[in-house]
Design a protein around this ligand. Structure first.
Ligand SMILES: Cc1ncc(COP(=O)(O)O)c(C=O)c1O
Length: 368
């Protein structure tokens, strides 16, 4: 069994409905009449469905023209950096944060600069100080809804400060809203993209990986027209177009309400699994880890007690068949006192969660 960093449960996916949607697309006369290439910005049916049915509910008043479809948000991150930054430019990122975003930024030659994170998310005052000392910082990457990996939500005051700071320093904001639908204890918090004026440079990146499964590569980008054009041109240069049948099938799933129904059901199930996990951990691991209850998302960020050797714990659990990764890789530095893990629970049902916690409890005896 594997504890991931927070992935959905494929068993919940509406697979039969997706297969049906594929069949509808592949047997349509439109499909047969199309022999050439399609729009590199993505299938207009999916862009329109996302804009009208999905993203407007997030306070984003946009049309299909404002959306670029990508192969997952990873491609969006790469395009955002490559189309907007020059080698040597600095990108401020959350530390701890999302290493796959850092890889995309570094691939374009950018310098990745860590900004600390606390219980309210990115430390915006610290970012302000860094900007004073390093005018080469041209962009900031944030996961404001559920900070990756800590799961905290960027506070309202910090959001306003960040937008103001970005305006003052002409910083490009790259907002990664990777799990918007999974907010359990309140309505989802509107993205930063819903708060920016027309004069502000913000790239909003989203993913369908958490709502469906990561192996269906679908993500999207919303950005001002000039930025979206550059990103679309670059996408065309490396990958002429997306997977049109998949994009059109997903558009059908949005239009016929299947994806919305799935999102509501998955949210209910994952909220129950989160509560179950926290109950199990309180009962069986209370002397080993501490955590804050995440308001949403598919994982819990756990701090391992200082007396426990986290490396030995994970090695011992692995021998018992449970794979769990230490949280070190989410930190930019390589300090040895980093004693966390991100417990992705959503892909496990309650029996599996109980088994995983049992294994951890049985193997936590390794005190330094
Ligand atoms: C912070 C963050 N952004 C984005 C993604 C989604 O990536 P993709 O859409 O490329 O599957 C993930 C998935 O784990 C993530 O954790």
């Amino acid at each position: 069994m594997t504890i991931t960093d927070g992935t959905p449960d494929p068993r919940l996916m509406p697979r039969v409905e997706l297969a049906r949607a594929f069949r509808t697309v592949l047997t349509s006369s439109r499909f047969l009449s199309r022999s050439g290439y399609a729009d590199s910005q993505g299938a207009s049916a999916l862009r329109a469905a996302l804009a009208e049915e999905f993203l407007n509910a997030r306070g984003l008043s946009i049309s299909a023209d404002n959306v670029l479809i990508t192969h997952g948000s990873q491609m969006g991150l790469f395009l955002a950096a490559s189309a907007n930054l020059s080698p040597g430019d600095g990108v401020a990122v959350e530390d701890p944060g999302y290493p796959f975003a850092w890889s995309s930024f570094r691939a374009g030659g950018a310098r990745v600069i860590g900004v600390p994170v606390d219980h309210e998310g990115l430390d915006v005052d610290c970012l302000a100080q860094m900007l004073r000392h390093d005018p080469g910082i041209r962009a900031v990457y944030v996961t404001p809804h559920h900070q990756y990996p800590t799961t905290v939500t960027l506070g309202a005051g910090r959001r306003l400060k960040l937008l103001e700071l970005a305006r003052q320093h002409d910083l490009l904001i790259i907002e990664d809203d990777y799990d918007h639908d999974y907010r359990f204890d309140s309505a989802p918090v509107l993205p930063l993209a819903a708060r920016v004026g027309a004069d502000q440079r913000l790239i909003h990146i989203g993913s369908l990986s958490k709502l469906t499964i990561p192996s269906l590569r679908l993500g999207y980008v919303i950005a001002p027209p000039d930025i979206l054009r550059r990103m679309t041109d670059l996408r065309e240069a490396i990958d002429r177009q997306g997977d049109v049948p998949l994009e059109e099938a997903m558009a059908l799933m949005i239009r016929n309400g299947v994806l919305g129904r799935h999102a509501r059901k998955a949210k209910r199930v994952y909220a129950q699994r989160r509560d179950f996990l926290l109950k199990e951990v309180r009962e069986k691991l209370s002397n080993a880890v501490t955590f804050s209850v995440p308001a949403g998302g598919l994982a819990v960020w756990m701090k391992i007690d200082a007396r426990i050797d986290g490396d030995a714990w994970t090695v011992s659990a692995k021998k018992a068949g449970l794979h769990i990764e230490r949280g070190k890789r989410f930190f930019i530095g390589s300090q040895n006192d980093i004693n966390y893990f991100r417990f992705g629970y959503a892909h496990l049902n309650t029996d599996e969660i109980a088994k995983a916690v049992d294994v951890l409890a049985q193997h936590k005896t390794v005190f330094c």
